[in-house]
Design a binder for this molecule. Sequence first.
Ligand code: ITT
Length: 196
Amino acid sequence: MKLLIATHNTHKVEEFSRILAPLEIEIVTADISEPIENGKTFAENAFIKAEAACKETGMPAVADDSGICVDSLDGAPGVYSARYGGEGLDDRGRLLKLLEDMENVPEDKRQANFTSAISCVFPNGDRIDAQGKCFGTIGYEPKGESGFGYDPIFMQGDISFGELSDAEKDKRSHRGKSLREFAKKLEEYLKDKVEI
Ligand code: ITT
């Protein structure tokens, strides 16, 4: 089976490919349109992206919607993580904006989590969903060159996600957790299909 990874984020493609590598399916990408992500939750947006890609290509499609939720900012940036601070900013600009917004937040109030919602939609309308979360704190300055997005300011203890190897990030991350749960559900789903 070919499974389309429905994302325009090349870092996500790399993480999907790494984490889903043990599955015996062919993972592909395609030049697909970007649907309007107007869901209120990560899960709604993941479904919007997967369903749009499945309809456009006729292939089973899997999408991730994810972001960083900061306790002291009432869960912001949340589903707006990719647009935090406005359309003009890049990854670096967004993380610097978040650091600025947290300038006066004390050490013991800097808790945050990364959340990833996965949705996979099949041409027959079947659907598989999964979620993953990981917890940490927001640092005071960017640390490390690995990963992407907010990784350099997301801390677990003294180490940022930007300082982790790929394998270590996959072990700890929201996307590692959501994709491993998805992989299990997909294997079950495909097994049932063969048995029918
Ligand atoms: P697609 O919608 O095309 O998949 P996107 O980058 O726009 O790509 P999202 O709408 O899900 O994806 O936005 C997620 C944002 O949250 C992303 O741009 C990052 O800034 C941040 N983010 C998500 N996962 C992350 C991770 O593992 N490490 C660091 N930042 C992450």
